[in-house]
Design a protein around this ligand. Structure first.
Ligand code: WTA
Length: 683
């Protein structure tokens, strides 16, 4: 590898060893997981039956016959023979004991709009009615796929749980993705029903969301998938807030049709434990996103157990995960894990800094939130614009979570001191869309915290660092590729319709014998660089593939590059990650133009527009640079030495670009704080 080809992991700053922080006694005493024996119980010798206790947290129609069927690696089958329904576990099973308890407390972005408190019984009713509509009005049945493109409102988990009740596989597309990106995912999943919403609040504005539907449907059609029904929830029932007309016989207002299903009940379908529950698309190394397929029994048991033991959720807690449900964090730790435990969760519609940087702490104070879950990008933003805000509010967190990207020790300390008021335990949870739930984290009552380190593998997860040649790197050694030695119940089942890519991407690298039927020969390759310290804690350095982690969200450089090539003037495009103060990483775009075309600001703007249209505003580059030719240039962007260029065909271009980038740079797309705040998290 040439020094120009630095991986994310190598770019990551070299942090010094950090001191430990210990959980307060009051936390330890009340914790769900305080038995130090857990490590032994979940040792590899006890694999896979150690995970039976996770399965036992759920309610089954029929118990499993086999904990793990590993006879066809790496297609693991958990809780084989078991029959279960995820919606039943999240709703029905709580009704006997706490049907009046709040499942969700929805906080609209506008502070003058009333809170919506949705009890378990009300959620159960609404899920049943919507399931009846999906079944009878849309004709959906077990095994069908449905694409859901919605903002963060209670109707989103209602829609997901209604699908789960019927055994319909949901594919939720993050609301901030463009219509074209949604259409591509509709086509890949083979959905003939799209569920959308007219509008939602963002930074005080009612944003038109339904406008994305027509392009989504057209894109899907181009790729061979017809959409015959679009269900449109309305942010305010009865009022339509969108500029685009409803298409007759295709688009339907949910609130109107739902009237025909008032108080109807739908028996949950008894699903095989191994039946797919949902698909979630995530970026990879090619331009085509991967449909990560999760199963029912394994996934649900894993998110339930980790919500209980790592998030330490108790019946009386008020839990708030500030993620969007359109990402895996929301699926696992806003919807399935917490609801399966019967948790009261806060759902907040808007940006954390609207109308000011005190908003999250005001919500926490008002609702009595005591478990708070967010990402470093939000922590950095809140620290930047309101470092002293938390002190102004009277709330008390017992536990706080960080997820999605490495957190700088400095930022960690602000989270601990200012947000947590030195009384909350922090868990830095490392995992991925593919994993279903946490892989590395400290056990909150048992392990000390270390800023910037995710910690050891959680119970039953056995991580290892391999070098490029597949040699194990011992604790205290250099950085390498973090892998997991064993399967676990939350692991994806496959890539939707692409089992070969599944094997290639996650298992081929370190599998020495493709014919082996022994799970020990199939370590899971995560695609992240990491270091293991002598205490066994893992420090995650970042992606080792062509994926950029922007504000905790994965974008493929190939997806971005192919969007740039949609501009007729562009001959070549290269996208590299650059360090950004608030978002961690941002994409930076380099383009070379076709012969005879003069560089212009208009072309730079068109490139940004194409990216926004084809992927979404979240992918907006930090800057677009028109260059004479195309080497890989991330070393230059990050102001590191250029290194050895002799292996390049066009070494002179590196110097030209270096002068451009480090010298009088071109116009950057906005990265000022005000813009950042306005667009925060959603774009
Ligand atoms: C990164 C999000 C450092 C990592 C749950 C991973 C992290 C990618 C952490 C997955 C963490 C996630 N510390 N890096 N605590 N958590 N990552 O699929 O690079 O959206 O591969 O899942 O985020 O992102 P994804």
């Amino acid at each position: 590898m040439s020094s120009l080809d630095l991986t994310e992991a190598q770019i990551a700053v070299h942090w010094k060893e950090e001191e430990y922080f210990y959980p307060p006694k009051s936390f330890v005493e009340q914790a769900n997981l305080k038995d130090p024996n857990v490590t032994k119980r979940f040792a590899l010798e006890n694999f896979p039956q150690c995970f039976n206790e996770y399965g036992e947290l759920l309610t089954w129609y029929k118990k499993w016959d086999q904990t793990l069927d590993s006879s066809n690696p790496p297609f693991w089958k958990w809780f084989v023979g078991g029959k279960i329904n995820a919606s039943f576990n999240c709703l029905d099973r709580h009704l006997a004991t706490h049907k009046g308890k709040a499942a969700y407390i929805f906080v609209p972005e506008m502070e003058n709009e009333p809170l919506q408190i949705i009890t378990y019984y009300e959620l159960y009713n609404r899920v049943n009615e919507f399931a009846a509509l999906l079944r009878d009005f849309c004709g959906l049945k077990t095994g069908d796929r449905v694409t859901i493109h919605m903002p963060l409102v209670p109707e989103l988990p209602i829609t997901m749980l209604a699908c789960a009740r019927l055994g319909v596989v949901h594919s939720v597309v993050f609301g901030g993705f463009s219509g074209a990106a949604c259409g591509q995912r509709i086509a890949d999943s083979g959905s003939r029903v799209l569920i959308s919403m007219d509008s939602y609040y963002r930074s005080g504005q009612l944003i038109d969301h339904k406008e994305k539907v027509d392009l989504a449907v057209a894109t899907a059609k181009q790729e061979g998938q017809a959409v015959d029904k679009v269900l449109v929830w309305r942010r305010h029932a009865g009022q339509y807030h969108s500029q685009t007309p409803m298409v007759s016989n295709r688009d339907f207002y949910v609130d109107e049709i739902l009237k025909n299903y008032t108080d109807q009940k739908v028996e949950p379908v008894q699903m095989d434990a191994t039946a797919p529950l949902f698909i979630m698309y995530t970026s990879g190394t090619t331009a085509k996103p991967k449909g990560i397929q999760h199963g029912t029994g394994g996934y649900l048991s894993y998110v339930t157990a980790t919500s209980k033991y790592i998030l330490d959720i108790h019946q009386e807690d008020i839990y708030w995960c500030m993620a969007d449900i359109g990402w895996i964090t929301g699926h696992s730790y806003i919807v399935y894990g917490p609801l399966s435990l019967g948790t009261s969760s806060v759902l907040y519609e808007g940006v954390p800094t609207y109308p000011d940087a005190g908003r999250p702490w005001r919500i926490a104070q008002r609702l009595g939130v005591n478990i708070f879950h967010t990402a470093p990008t939000a922590i950095r933003m809140l620290r930047k614009v309101g470092p002293n805000e938390p002190a102004r509010y009277n709330y008390h967190f017992k536990l706080m979570v960080t997820v999605g990207e490495p957190i700088e020790p400095e930022v960690w300390r602000w989270y601990y001191n200012a947000v947590g008021k030195k009384e909350a335990v922090i868990v830095d949870t490392w995992w991925q869309t593919e994993n279903g739930g946490f892989l590395c984290s400290t056990k909150p009552a048992l392990d000390p915290m270390k800023p910037g380190s995710a910690g050891p593998g959680v119970p039953g997860i056995h991580p290892v660092i391999y070098d490029e040649e597949g040699k194990e790197v011992p604790p205290g050694g250099q950085a390498g590729n973090i892998c997991i030695r064993n399967p676990w119940p939350g692991i994806m089942q496959t890539i939707w319709k692409d089992p070969d890519r599944f094997v290639q991407t996650y298992y081929a690298k370190y599998n020495k014998d493709p014919k082996s039927k022994n799970w020990r020969d199939w370590p899971y390759f995560a695609g992240d660089g990491a270091l293991q310290a002598t205490d066994g804690y893992f420090r995650i350095l970042g992606r080792v593939d062509d994926v950029i982690n922007v504000a905790g969200h994965r974008l493929g450089t190939k997806e971005l590059e192919s969007a740039c090539l949609m501009c007729p003037e562009v001959a070549e495009a290269a996208v590299v990650p650059v360090i950004d103060e608030a978002r961690g990483r941002m994409p930076e775009v380099y383009i070379a133009l076709k012969p005879g075309i003069q560089p212009s600001e208009r072309i730079e703007k068109d490139v940004v527009k194409q990216i926004e249209t084809l992927i979404g505003k979240i992918a907006r580059p930090k800057s677009v640079r028109i260059v004479p030719d195309m080497p890989k240039t991330r070393a230059i962007s990050n102001r590191m030495p250029v290194g050895d260029v002799t292996t390049l065909a066009n070494p002179e271009v590196v110097e030209q670009i270096r002068v451009m980038v480090q010298g009088a740079g071109p116009v950057e797309t906005t990265t000022n704080v005000a813009e950042d705040i306005k667009n925060f998290g959603r774009e």
